[in-house]
Ligand binder design. Structure first.
Ligand code: SAM
Ligand code: DTB
Ligand code: SF4
Length: 368
């Protein structure tokens, strides 16, 4: 007997994923939207803000990246930011309505001498009532353990593409290195954020291969960023052909079906995407975005444009209390939401079309 459509599986076969991609567009979107609704409020979108805490001069040779020291991308390099500067940015992100703050460093892996700073950032950003996420390159199991102890909620580490296409994109670390880091993160008890990049000249088989790898991990990543390549002048992928936006939407839809309980993030590339494509991605099951005018080194849509888009589509920012499970995080987040209910700081939520926090509280009270 075949498994019900909404069950969480880890044994996806290539032929099944191929068949999903091959569906007529409307049928694929209908199936993805149906799965989405079985697991989530289809109009709620999780909102994260990114900050580059160490920029450029990276020893890795990822062919898409502005920060690789192997290419001349005219990027201004920056050393590891001071903790105070990171906290200022986190505070601003919180005031604008982000529920998660993601800190990214252009490292192959963190050095031991960087760890105390990074751990301090996690502790202090978390104490502000934000969920924390970091992406620092490869981690040992000890480093993952330290981050977990500091309270890190999520770690982002992408597989980027299929195992077959991978060597066309990166030569300085292997696919298995990436899988090892994901295992260290998972074993340490940190939530996993892992996805990839679409539009790097790969073919559909590679998109299938990437999603199959993610969906057949021992546990699905809680968060699955699907990035559209942002073409960076000076990198080997600067002139790659544009991908058909419908193929991007299909990739989001298939990710939603394969990983029904994961947040699928419409990640890099929104600035280059029109509103209609973004709307199709939300319909296909994307339920998370990066919010704020900067990604790591490239532009993201203006916050006001996103507020307007949310209003036009009737979307609302997800209340962080609906996605967190551990009590300590929940307590901190409750404080944040309470602060935002104060008229001086609560404006933003209305502007994002967010449901008033009181309604959610009432709903939770009746549930318990
Ligand atoms: N250095 C760390 C690493 O690679 O794991 C963390 C930062 S790295 C910039 C995080 C992810 O951003 C990459 O794995 C890649 O998937 C994504 N990314 C980087 N440059 C991109 C680009 N130009 N377009 C789309 N996604 C990109
Ligand atoms: C992810 O998958 N996408 C984000 C985040 N994880 C760290 C990074 C996107 C980077 C886009 C290019 C840039 O701004 O440098
Ligand atoms: Fe370095 Fe990460 Fe960019 Fe690769 S993606 S070059 S590891 S910053």
């Amino acid at each position: 007997m075949s498994a019900p459509m909404d069950s969480v599986r880890h044994d996806w076969q290539r032929a099944e994923i191929e068949a999903l991609f091959a569906l007529p567009f409307n049928d694929l979107l209908f199936q993805a939207a149906s799965v989405h609704r079985q697991h989530f409020d289809a109009n709620a979108v999780q909102v994260s803000t990114l900050l580059s805490i160490k920029t450029g001069a990276c020893p890795e040779d990822c062919k898409y990246c502005s920060q690789s020291g192997h290419y001349n991308t005219e990027l201004e390099k920056e050393k590891l930011l001071e903790v105070q500067k990171v906290l200022e940015e986190a505070r601003a992100a919180k005031e604008k309505g982000a529920s998660r703050f993601c800190m990214g460093a252009a490292w192959r892996s963190p050095r031991d001498k960087d760890m105390p700073y990074v751990l301090d950032m996690v502790r202090q950003v978390k104490a502000m009532g934000l969920e924390t996420c970091m992406t620092l390159g490869m981690l040992t199991d000890e480093q993952a353990g330290e981050l977990a102890e500091a309270g890190l909620d999520y770690y982002n580490h992408n597989l980027d593409t299929s195992p077959e296409y991978y060597s066309q994109i990166i030569s300085t670390r292997t696919y298995n290195d990436r899988l090892d880091t994901l295992a260290h993160v998972r074993d340490a008890g940190i939530k996993v954020c892992a996805g990839g990049i679409i539009g790097m000249g790969e073919d559909r088989n590679d998109r299938i291969g990437l999603l199959q790898q993610l969906a057949n991990l021992p546990a699905h990543p809680e968060s699955v960023p699907i990035n559209m390549l942002v073409k960076i002048k000076g990198t080997p992928l600067a002139e790659v052909d544009d991908l058909d936006p419908f193929e991007f939407v299909r990739t989001v839809a298939v990710a939603r079906i394969l990983m029904p309980e994961s947040y699928v993030r419409l990640s890099a590339g929104r600035q280059e995407m029109n509103d209609q494509t973004q709307a199709l991605c939300f319909m296909a099951g994307a339920n998370s975005i990066f919010y704020g005018e900067r990604l790591l080194t490239t532009d993201n849509p203006e916050t006001n444009a996103d507020r307007v888009l949310f209003q036009r589509l009737g979307l609302h920012a997800l209340d962080p209390r609906q996605e967190c499970s551990d009590e300590a995080t929940e307590g901190a987040l409750l404080d944040t939401v309470a602060a935002r209910e104060n008229p001086a700081s609560g404006l933003y939520y209305d502007a994002m079309g967010k449901r008033p926090a009181k309604d959610v509280l009432k709903k939770r009270a009746t549930e318990h």
